[in-house]
Design a protein around this ligand. Structure first.
Ligand SMILES: [Zn+2]
Length: 387
């Protein structure tokens, strides 16, 4: 949240937001007239809800006139979207939505810059998590097509994924909890995966890399760490002597696990050993999704292609989920592209926007308008004037 100060910053930002919405495109979600909207101010992201708009023109006019810094719309469709209380809206179904945010992840870079700052590594890691959600879960395990999956940058430090599939629409909160439970890997039991574990003299039989769902994921993930080398195995929590042993017999171990045989090299207390590895893996492979967002069919989520009032970036809609592979929000989600501003900035870290490095700063400096807006909205600068 930007600091309150008797300066021009806020009126400059309000002007930029208002201008942005005058010419904004592709802002109306599908079935706009059946969605509930919520808007916020710089203090509260949703300060008013139960709103509705008949069409994109009305929405744009409202957002522009009021220079709205945060706008969200429902994943739900309603007969009467502005009806209240909720029961009076006449629920018609909800898209399945996922919210991935880097603040829900634990990254080494965050120890350095804290969770309120977002660096290129943060953005890259949350992008990879989103790819994992789409391409390791939603498409192979749930059978959705790429066409049914809509992805947008959240506008700050994450991504939103909307699944528009007829069979999902009517799922209630309990069914949505099952979806997030599956993706989070809850209920994965070592004893189910390795039925012979702990039986004296028996071969350790487990999931094979050829299987679908979590079983295949666990086997494949182990093999990819095995192929990456000893360090990678050690990062899974394997002690060096065993990691080295596995690495030396890599070909044999791989052949075994591809076929569900986890017993190709001798490991002391093998059942306990593999249980430790598998338990940690299920946690690290499960997606960093905000379950509350997915589980609640009435949740309001940032409107795609709208402005995020905490960054001045656009919650940019991606053309297709595959665009995630090369997406750089610090290039493709930039708003406020016109001109330069003079700012008084105090930043501890460098910022990369449009491929250029900015900062760290300690004083007055001329920067592109989008850089000034970003630093102001992160509470790191005040905007003095346009130049
Ligand atoms: Zn970071």
């Amino acid at each position: 949240m930007p600091a309150a100060s008797p300066d021009n910053s806020l009126s400059i930002i309000n002007g930029l937001i208002s201008e942005f919405y005058k010419s904004a495109t592709d802002l109306a979600p599908e079935r706009i007239a059946e969605r509930e909207f919520g808007v916020g101010n710089f203090e509260i992201k949703i300060s008013q809800r139960h709103m509705s708009f008949r069409n994109e023109r009305d929405l744009k006019e409202y957002l522009s006139t009021n220079a709205v810094p945060y706008v969200s719309s429902s994943s739900a469709f309603y007969k009467f979207p502005s009806g209240r209380p909720m029961e009076k809206k006449g629920w018609l179904g909800s898209e399945l939505v996922f919210d991935l945010d880097v603040t829900d992840m634990d990254l080494p870079c965050q120890l350095r810059h804290g969770k309120s700052w977002v660096c290129s590594i943060c953005l890259d890691e949350v992008r990879k998590e989103t790819i994992k959600l789409v391409y390791d879960f939603l498409i192979p395990d749930f059978g959705f097509s790429e066409k049914e999956i809509k992805v947008n940058f959240s506008g700050n430090r994450g991504y939103h994924v909307h699944v528009d599939n007829k069979d999902m629409l009517m799922l209630d909160a309990a069914a949505r909890r099952e979806v997030t439970g599956y993706i989070s890997g809850s209920g994965i039991e070592f004893a189910d995966l390795f039925p012979t574990a702990g039986r004296r003299g028996e071969k350790l039989v487990g999931p094979s890399a050829k299987e679908k769902g979590w079983r295949g994921k666990i086997a494949k993930n182990f093999l990819s760490n095995l192929n990456a080398g000893v360090d990678s195995l050690m990062r899974m929590g394997i002690e060096k002597p065993i990691a080295s042993k596995l690495w030396r017999s890599k070909g044999l171990v791989q052949m075994g696990i591809e076929n569900g045989n986890w017993d190709m090299v001798y490991i002391k207390n093998k059942a306990d050993f593999w249980k430790g590895i598998i338990d940690r893996q299920a946690v690290s492979q499960s997606d960093k999704i905000d379950r509350n967002v997915t589980n609640d069919p009435t949740h309001l989520i940032r409107l795609a292609n709208s402005i995020h009032g905490g960054s001045g970036l656009i919650a940019r809609k991606l053309k297709a989920p595959g665009a995630l592979y090369g997406f750089d929000p610090m290039k493709e989600a930039i708003a406020f592209r016109k001109g330069y501003v003079k700012i008084d900035a105090h930043t501890g870290y460098e910022l990369v926007m449009m491929g250029q490095k900015y900062g760290p700063y300690a004083g007055e400096i001329k920067v592109p308008t989008y850089v000034g807006a970003y630093l102001y909205l992160k509470g790191k600068a005040r905007i003095i004037n346009f130049i």
